[in-house]
Design a protein around this ligand. Structure first.
Ligand code: NI
Length: 136
């Protein structure tokens, strides 16, 4: 599966963006607040690579404890799929455990849905499907 982005957990999204700029990344859009995840988000591009900065705002964010425990770290790789439900089913059959259900991902796009799964062997991954607007 093609890698869509690498999720990067950070304490300070503006400082993290500046440091990534030194490494050749450019911001794609502005920082946006994701209410469902209680986190600020920003996508950064460097050639074909896309990084998603995620800065949890408080304890209600699912990523808060991860940030507290590990500090600033890349914490998931997101893979593109054409059929998120079928891909999830397949991975679950092979031992992946879903974290919650399929949810909208406004920071990626208005027609993007994502889902998170955990593998005992590789940890957290994300799936993304981007549906053309006329289909939704
Ligand atoms: Ni992500």
């Amino acid at each position: 599966m093609r890698v869509h982005h690498i999720g990067y957990l950070v304490k300070d999204i503006n400082k993290a963006a500046k440091s990534h700029e030194l490494l050749g990344y450019k911001g794609r859009g502005d920082v946006s607040y994701d209410e469902a995840r209680d986190a600020d988000m920003l996508f950064l591009e460097n050639g074909d690579y896309l990084i998603e900065l995620v800065a949890p705002r408080g304890e209600t964010s699912v990523a808060w404890n991860l940030l507290k425990k590990h500090g600033n770290i890349p914490y998931h790789i997101c893979y593109e799929t054409n059929d998120i439900n079928a891909t999830m089913e397949e991975l679950i059959k092979s031992g992946f455990v879903p974290l919650g259900t399929v949810a909208e991902a406004p920071a990626i796009g208005t027609n993007a849905d994502v889902a998170f799964l955990i593998s005992r062997d590789i940890g957290l991954i994300e799936l993304v499907v981007e549906t053309p607007s006329e289909k939704k």
